[in-house]
Write a protein of this length. Sequence first.
Length: 373
Amino acid sequence: MQKTPFSTAVIGSLPRPRWLLDQLIAHEEGRLAEQELDALLDRSIPFAVALQESAGIDTISDGEWRRIGYFEVFARRVGGFTRGPFETEEPAAEIKAAAEQSAPQQWTLTDFQQTLVTAPLRYEQPIAAEGARFLRQQTDRQIKVALPAPHMICGRLWHPVHSRAAYPTRRAFIDAVLPILRAELIALRDVGVDIVQFDDPWFGFFVDAHYRARFADPVSAMHEAIDDLNAVVAGISGIRTALHVCRGNRDRTVYARGDYEPILPALLRAEVDQLALEFAITEAGDLDVFAGHTLRQELALGVVDVRSREIESPAVIVARGENALRHFAPQQLTLTPDCGFAPTSTNPISLDEAYLKLRNLSEAAAILRAKYG
């Protein structure tokens, strides 16, 4: 398909209305059956589609309204996970030794409220494909579905002590995750999804020197994360793929600071069709980081700050798009918000705010196409 210059897309999530969030919580707590929730969502998601279409967005999602958070969906749909709290009496030295080969959380002798893998993984039902099938029926525009990247899944769902009976090493867990993500990517292709985006904010944290300091060898860790993503997408045709890298997005907070230079060598190795990067926030630095590099992938350029209450004008967004033309052709660029509006269910952003930002994004894209397309 011919790439439209300055096409527009969401990154994934829209704010969840309070009434919808109440139903998702009721389901989480066992007070609402899954069938009832699905029926409610089937009536709700056309609203999310209409919002994006009314705003003029070219590639849309279902707002991620079927999930309460962007990475929990893997643990909810794949067997082998247990919800906390978890308690441990392991000696601190043993936890420290195990943590050296884990994701960089600061494991302590505390209760763990999160969900963790505790048994061999079982891929018994689609993670997102059935919801994507429904979305495909709601629109004739391109559709996007987001999945958590392997690095993200491991970092949030594997623990060096609580997971060791099933997967004694993080490497063993990742090796079990990869074929599941491959199978889901194929399932999404087969129901008509145009682009699958892999979300990895923790990879984005590598821009920050404080985060890199948690690793004995941060460069190897970055390249391993990209190698694992490449293993997921290798040889699968008929669907476009993207990697979304951000700096966390909860309560309008940026959690990592620094430009993309430290992670760019690894990013450029990603065998995806598109890199989705934040550039509306000042913490991300300037697009000059690409000077001297050849970007084989398209760039989904973040030009709308989802963390700010400000509704950027089309003129401001146009200026950000024009800035990118110093390094990219119009056909290489897709214009997006920096991140999803509500990757976690608690983000304090209204639907009206999201709509206004998306509307101005589309207006800016039209101006840029008329001028340069």
